[in-house]
Design a protein around this ligand. Structure first.
Ligand code: GLN
Length: 376
């Protein structure tokens, strides 16, 4: 068969998690928490399981959950959305991204992605027979707006931003949004897809959400996820917000891709959102970040700044000359710790001797991993 995605291989997150399991290594590669979920949430699920919650919800989402998301958006960003028109509950952010691209991108359109970029962005673009235009971020992981602008033309249909940024933990600044606004004013058909799944995991400074920028409201698709915010990555549930003219198209694809998202998680979250405070998450992970950084203080890894997300980028240039994929494999085999090689987030596998650790782990896991990492 002629492959539609000839260059796509198994996701690096799957590869590294599988290898970590095989070698019984501490898995700081794929991003997921290893501590228990809030008991208030698991209690709701346990009670609901015996109730009448097991049939289809409406295609766009369970209405009480959509109302709660609407409230959350207002409380977090003063953003007013009409849940009937602008909101869609999705099977995770990945589905929101895939569905939006499939619905809105046509053959020969160009889509700008900023490398290092998350691995799920490119395939839906390729399946649309559109062209991913991958532009590297600057060395400090700020976008290079000059190069981005040079790459733009009337063919450019979308630019994908990820804020806070996986894998680097960088957040976009006010001046980035000024540059983005300039670019959009030059290209009236250009859309923005804003992946903000780590929106509540920020530290010294809060990120600036696309929801707060009025120039984006009629041309931006915002994607978010409950997986990161409530430590439930396996539930695969999130939501997408887009203006009516875009959401109409996104919903057309959604109804045949997933029909409706699983009922019990939607119903449980509609209750949980009433009692949970998303503002506590930043502090919770800041303590983890600081603890992990302190534990690695005397290691030979050089830690990069982390403004958001639960990922820590580290340079191993002082330790080894191996390329980052080899280094990560050997790190599992010889030292019992799994991480993600950053080159896999680049189209050209640019090797900078950088790897990513996930610190969404209980303290004893972080301690055991750091002990191993300090011995290298
Ligand atoms: N978002 C997570 C990460 O960056 C994992 C996603 C996945 O495994 N598909 O590690």
């Amino acid at each position: 068969i002629m492959s539609k995605l000839p260059n796509v291989t198994t996701s690096i997150f799957t590869v590294m998690s599988k290898m970590a399991a095989e070698y019984n290594a501490i898995n700081l590669s794929q991003g997921f928490p290893n501590f228990p979920v809030d008991e208030k949430l698991t209690d709701i699920v346990a009670r609901l399981a015996k109730e009448n919650v097991h049939q289809y919800t409406p295609v766009t989402g369970y209405p009480p959950l959509m109302n709660q998301i609407t409230k959350l958006l207002f409380n977090s960003y003063k953003r007013s959305v009409n849940p009937d028109i602008e909101l869609l509950v999705t099977a995770g952010a990945t589905q929101g991204i895939f569905t939006s691209i499939l619905a809105l991108i046509k053959e020969n359109d160009e889509v700008i992605m900023l490398d290092p970029s998350f691995d799920s962005y490119e395939s839906p673009i390729l399946l649309c027979k559109a062209k991913p235009i991958r532009i590297a971020l600057n060395d400090d992981y700020t976008p290079n707006w000059e190069i981005i602008e040079k790459a733009c033309s009337i063919k450019t249909r979308m630019i994908i931003i990820n804020n806070p940024h996986n894998p680097t933990g960088k957040i976009l600044s006010d001046s980035d949004f000024i540059q983005l606004e300039k670019l959009l004013s030059k290209y009236p058909d250009l859309l923005v897809l804003s992946d903000e799944v780590y929106e509540y995991i920020t530290y010294e400074e809060k990120h600036i959400s696309a929801h707060t920028k009025s120039f984006l409201l009629d041309r931006c698709i915002m994607v978010s996820s409950f997986g990161k915010s409530f430590h439930i990555t396996g539930w695969k549930i999130g939501y997408t917000v887009a203006p009516e003219h875009l959401m109409i198209e996104i919903k057309k694809v959604h109804q045949f891709l997933v029909f409706s998202v699983n009922s019990i998680s939607q119903i449980a979250l509609s209750e949980y959102l009433n009692i949970v405070d998303t503002n506590l998450l930043g502090k919770f992970y800041q303590e983890k970040r600081d603890y992990f950084q302190k534990l690695l203080q005397n290691s030979r890894f050089e830690l990069k700044p982390c403004e958001g997300t639960y990922f820590q980028v580290a340079s191993y240039a002082n330790i080894s000359n191996e390329d980052d994929v080899t280094f990560c494999k050997n790190l599992i085999i010889n030292h019992g710790v799994a991480a993600i090689p950053i080159s896999t987030f680049y189209s050209d596998h640019k090797d900078q001797k950088l790897i990513r650790f996930c610190f969404a782990k209980d303290d004893s896991t972080l301690e055991s991993a750091a002990k191993k990492l300090c011995e290298i």
